[in-house]
Design a protein around this ligand. Structure first.
Ligand SMILES: [Fe+2]
Ligand SMILES: [Fe+2]
Length: 274
């Protein structure tokens, strides 16, 4: 098979594995940058007594920076590059898990929240699943599973923001707490609907309505994150957020979810009730 044909087949394989059929290259570029930033957030959150772990996190940052430079300069994904990215993601997941073991056994202490570490590990696993092309046979279940994954991510972003805002930021905290309630309910509903969808119904209008509500709520959350990022950059926000980049990072993840939701909304047409 020619290199060109091989790249096309690879992309087709990657595309077929995902609800919404998103472009594989965009997917890879998005996650490689996200994982690079996770390495930075880890290095910023480790105690200065653990220079060995800080150096390890910085090595991952450099590794993903190198991969990001390559995926941004190439027009097509080849098998070698995909394999290198896969190995880097697997190694980063192993590093995150080793930190988690140290945190839960109190071998490691400091400002790195275990739930934040768990959150960024789940995001890396999500990308690894994409690279390993594990298709789900039921599209409706796959859509709801993807929504539940991202709704949990969104709910946790709000929880991290709440825990990092200064207690004097009362107005923003009230807004964030209300948003947490909303996302907690949406997550629970997505899980319920996913379970119901396993009965393989021919139509499921409630999922269409639910997806429209999710699009609306995620848009609001995305705007909240964008505003918080702007305030942090302008030094008009009191918080313990180590770098404003964290707020831009979670805003980009909300934008990613929104893009997927719009693709899902189009795919859900066949489940509209008559
Ligand atoms: Fe992330
Ligand atoms: Fe996240």
């Amino acid at each position: 098979m020619s290199e060109h044909k091989e790249a096309e087949a690879l992309e087709a394989g990657l595309l077929s594995s995902f609800p919404g059929g998103r472009e594989a290259m965009a997917e890879v570029r998005f996650w490689v940058r996200i994982l690079k930033e996770h390495s930075l957030f880890i290095s910023l959150s480790l105690p200065c007594s653990r220079q060995d772990l800080i150096a390890e996190a910085q090595r991952f940052y450099n590794l993903f920076q190198g991969l990001q430079d390559r995926v941004e300069c190439t027009a097509r994904l080849d098998q070698r590059l995909i394999d290198e990215i896969r190995h880097a993601v697997e190694a980063l997941i192993a590093f995150k898990r080793s930190l988690m073991r140290m945190l839960v056994t109190c071998e490691l202490r400091g400002p790195l929240y275990p739930l934040l570490l768990d959150h960024i590990t789940r995001e890396a696993i999500h990308f690894l699943d994409f690279l390993n092309r594990r298709p789900c046979s039921d599209t409706l279940v796959a859509i709801l599973s993807e929504q539940a994954f991202f709704l949990r991510i969104m709910k946790e972003h709000i929880e991290f923001i709440i825990s990092l805002l200064d207690p004097s930021e009362r107005e923003l905290l009230t807004q964030a707490q209300a948003s947490r309630e909303v996302f907690s309910d949406l997550l629970e509903t997505a899980r319920d609907l996913k379970s119901m969808a396993e009965s393989r119904p021919e139509s499921f209008g409630t999922v269409v309505r639910f997806t429209e509500t999710v699009i609306q709520r995620v848009t609001e959350l995305r705007n909240f994150k964008a505003t918080a990022h702007e305030l942090a950059v302008l030094c008009r926000l009191l918080s313990a957020i180590p770098d404003p980049l964290l707020l831009d990072h979670v805003r980009r993840e909300a934008d990613k979810f929104l893009q997927e939701l719009k693709d899902m909304r189009a795919m859900l047409k066949r489940w509209e009730s008559c």
